[in-house]
Write a protein that binds this ligand. Structure first.
Ligand SMILES: [Zn+2]
Length: 403
């Protein structure tokens, strides 16, 4: 199965990646003679597209194609392809962060590494997920490496929009833009790859609004389904201000429990599952290495490092909570989007087809203008959360606005 098969609805992007991979092969083949430079290949790429369109997967598929030894680049069968997709190819580094920002030190260490020759003899690849989480100081560290790259190094940056990256970087990257896939394509992927029942796959693909990762979670992870159900039920329970306050608190409590359960159960494939454990473990290991026990005195020289670790753990937790709340607000927005679809008699499919009855009820209670107002109010809540406004207050205000 080709590495591109999971890249549903992205024919244009796939074509460009395949062209570049073919050109890259001829560069590798010609490297003993003249440096054959092909315009189809570049040292720096910027993958853009809406969340869930698969931009970081697209970057990994490209990396696989560059390191593939099969007949067609990106065969998905050879050792190179398989290692890249399993995230354990020695020539591929994936820079992702669970923190709010990517640190300059981290990028600096990758930049030094980028000047080493690749062990495969082909390419050394760095994929920076969430490139928008680099602050400008960090970006400057990267700029130099992109301006004067080692001959066999390829940088792949992923972010939602081209504008997320500084112009100096942007102008040196080739852009591959991914689009929101069709709901039908996402559903088909869930059926073919994950063995999901076609009817459930369609409900999940619609409810996720064609976000591949969310669709898969909704179809295969009962907790993800529960999060959506809790959110929509909370939304429907609100009649007055008092209800909104209660519902907001209940949602936040459920989130906290969701995080705790995930930590306790160590569920495979769930990113949240081991983060706290990992934080605690890292701290303990470091205390050990320094010959300290938790009751002992900490020398000033190591104190700052310990504080940094603790801060990082806290920031990871914060980001996890914010991501969950954002997802809940998206679910609420999708409900009013459905209300509007019904009111305007557009004949477009509902996102929440399993809440059809409630959507129709609400469509009769509100005017289309009111439905739009609620969608806007929820957008505002999402903006506020990004701006670090207190979570409980934001959710209360959001739920009050949906009455
Ligand atoms: Zn291959």
């Amino acid at each position: 199965m080709s590495v591109f098969q999971e890249l549903v609805g992205q024919a244009e992007a796939i074509e460009e990646i395949q062209r570049a991979s073919a050109a890259a092969r001829s560069i590798v083949a010609a490297s003993d003679g003249s440096p054959a430079h092909s315009s189809a290949m570049s040292h720096a790429w910027l993958f853009t597209g809406p969340p869930g369109s698969g931009r970081s997967y697209a970057a990994r598929a490209f990396a696989a194609a560059l390191l593939c030894s099969g007949d067609e680049p990106g065969c998905g069968e050879c050792a190179g392809c398989r290692a890249v997709l399993a995230n354990n190819h020695p020539d591929v580094d994936i820079v992702s962060t669970e923190l709010v920002t990517i640190s300059a030190d981290e990028v600096r260490s990758y930049v030094s590494k980028s000047y080493l020759a690749p062990s495969s003899g082909k390419w050394r690849i760095f994929i920076i997920e969430d490139a928008d989480r680099m602050i400008s100081r960090t970006t400057n560290v990267l700029l130099k490496a992109i301006e004067e790259p080692a001959p066999r190094t390829v940088w792949m940056l992923c972010t939602a929009a081209v504008a997320d990256v500084l112009p100096t970087i942007r102008s040196r990257c080739r852009n591959i833009n991914l689009v929101t896939p069709d709901v039908e394509d996402v559903a088909r992927l869930l059926v073919e790859r994950d063995g999901v029942d076609p009817k459930d796959a369609m409900i999940a693909a619609r409810a996720s609004q064609a976000h591949i990762g969310v669709a898969r979670a909704l179809a295969t992870d009962p907790e993800a389904g529960l999060l959506r159900k809790n959110t929509l039920d909370a939304l429907l329970s609100v009649r007055g201000v008092g209800d909104a306050v209660v519902a907001a608190q209940r949602l936040l409590d459920a989130d906290a429990m969701h995080g705790r359960n995930a930590n306790g159960a160590k569920k495979k494939g769930s990113k949240a599952s081991t983060e706290s454990d990992r934080d605690a473990e890292a701290r303990e290991k470091m205390m050990d290495a320094l010959g300290l026990d938790s009751s002992g005195r900490i020398p000033a020289s190591v104190r700052s490092q310990l504080i940094t670790d603790k801060d990082n753990a806290k920031r990871r937790q914060t980001r996890r909570e914010r991501d969950m709340l954002d997802r809940e607000l998206i679910y609420m927005q999708s409900f009013f989007r459905d209300v509007l679809v019904v009111q305007l008699e557009t004949g477009i499919n509902l996102v929440n087809s399993d809440y059809e009855q409630q959507v129709y009820q609400r469509a009769q209670m509100l005017t289309p203008e009111q439905a739009v107002e609620k969608i806007d109010a929820l957008s505002l809540a999402r903006e506020r959360l990004k701006g670090n406004v207190a979570a409980l207050l934001t959710m209360e205000a959001a739920l009050i606005s949906t009455r």
